[in-house]
Design a protein around this ligand. Structure first.
Ligand SMILES: *Cc1c(COP(=O)(O)O)cnc(C)c1O
Length: 408
């Protein structure tokens, strides 16, 4: 007779309850590069080409020939592995070049890369915060910020944390006032927000946040993973959208985090961009770079090329904006209620989670790949189809998307 250990019993239970609740995720297998059209493996093993409206390939750079070529060249010149953390012998010239490019692109003094934005965020707060500091966070911030805030007081005892209502400036002011009058808060106040919120596609009110931060002598940190390559005239991000370019504290964002795994080539990697002092602190003290390997050099080479292309060809950003405009207009004309936003994320609220999942399955049969998000990612009752636009989509692709949605 087999004796099951507690882990095995509860894991089985969890998986079957997910299945019963219609929340079980099945991984789709791609057989082609990421692009406006992708080849998916069907359950019967055959291939099917579908239009992709659910990737973060906002500028169509994931399979851009120059980006691919730069990666191949990096692989040839520097080999497959760094085989070391950065501070021992794992920093290669392409890292230095990429970090200069990111700083130029972001309008900051300096930047430092990691294998992901998740890692960058988990490096930032536990390194920059000290006992007596407080982190004030938007309630809808990305999971990596939430987990980094959980981790920080474990690593640095005496760091406090609190949350304000989503994009609510009165709530943020209340949290700042409480922090300012809290005798335990003797150090730095940090305010952190997503630039673009991934489920609604709405943007943070950075100018108001900046003013409040200045009033309370707080540092403003913005994770703009969905904003880089998308927001602002040249795709710098949400700060450019608001005209907050530059790097001298007052009037600007103090520190950014971002991903290289979305618009900026889509490979992988994340960064912290801010002052040279911040980068130095990270190099000296951040555990995820002291004890974990660097971004692979081939990925650094691809990402560097992708960002150069974004800077040299702002017309890609313009094309993305035009596509978003076209899609929003056509979806509205077809009677769909798309949450309004200036970003490339176009969510259509459909109601219950099961309905969103059913609709996305039917869309896939119709050759359109859009994901339905429901509970627990968003609250029950406001499940949605999240359409993500790309500069690589053509008018015909958008027409096909709207046609498929009409058939539902
Ligand atoms: C996607 C995303 C991340 C994660 O980026 P990775 O580089 O894949 O770890 C972090 N923050 C936000 C706001 C994101 O949208």
């Amino acid at each position: 007779m087999s004796r099951h250990r507690p882990f095995e019993i509860r894991a089985e239970e969890l998986l079957s309850s997910l299945s019963d609740a219609g929340q079980y995720k099945t991984l789709q297998m791609l057989q082609s590069p990421m692009g406006p059209i992708v080849r998916l493996r069907q359950p019967d093993g055959r291939s099917k080409e579908v239009l992709c409206f659910c990737s973060n390939n906002y500028l169509g750079l994931a399979n851009e020939p120059r980006v691919v070529e730069a990666g191949i060249e990096g692989l040839r010149r520097y080999g497959a592995g760094t085989a070391s953390v950065r501070f021992i012998c794992g920093t290669f010239e392409p890292h230095e070049k990429l970090e200069r490019t990111i700083a130029e692109y972001m309008g900051t003094e300096s930047s430092y890369t990691f294998v992901s934005c998740w890692t960058a965020t988990e490096a930032l707060f536990p390194t920059f915060c000290e006992a007596g500091d407080i982190i004030i966070s938007d309630e809808l911030n990305h999971a990596c910020i939430i987990d980094a805030m959980r981790l920080t007081p474990v690593i640095k005892k005496g760091v406090k944390k609190t949350v304000y209502k989503h994009s609510n400036m009165d709530s943020l002011r209340d949290r700042l006032r409480e922090a300012a009058s809290d005798p335990e808060v003797t150090g730095q106040i940090w305010v952190v927000t997503d630039g673009v919120f991934s489920m609604e596609g709405d943007i943070a009110q950075l100018p108001q946040m900046r003013r409040l931060c200045d009033e309370f002598n707080a540092m403003l940190v913005v994770d703009d993973s969905h904003g880089h390559g998308v927001m602002g005239r040249t795709g710098r991000g949400t700060h450019e959208h608001y005209g907050m370019i530059g790097h001298n504290g007052i009037g600007h964002v103090d520190c950014f985090t971002g991903t290289l795994g979305k618009a900026l080539g889509g490979g992988a990697g994340g960064f912290i961009a801010g002052s040279a002092t911040m980068t130095e602190l990270i190099i000296q003290r951040a555990r995820p770079t002291l004890f974990s390997n660097a971004l692979p050099v081939t990925v650094a080479c691809s990402a560097d090329k992708a960002i150069q292309i974004v800077m040299d060809e702002p017309e890609r950003v313009t094309r993305l904006k035009n596509n978003v405009e076209t899609a929003r207009t056509k979806l509205a004309a077809a009677g769909f209620e798309v949450i309004d936003s200036p970003t490339a994320i176009c969510p259509i609220i459909v109601g219950e989670t099961a309905k969103a999942i059913k609709m996305s399955k039917r869309l896939l049969e119709l050759g359109v790949f859009v994901i339905g998000f429901g509970y627990p990612v968003v609250p029950e009752g406001v499940a949605r189809l999240r359409i993500q636009m790309s500069a690589a989509h053509t008018d015909a692709h958008i027409e096909q998307l709207v046609d498929a949605l009409r058939k539902l």
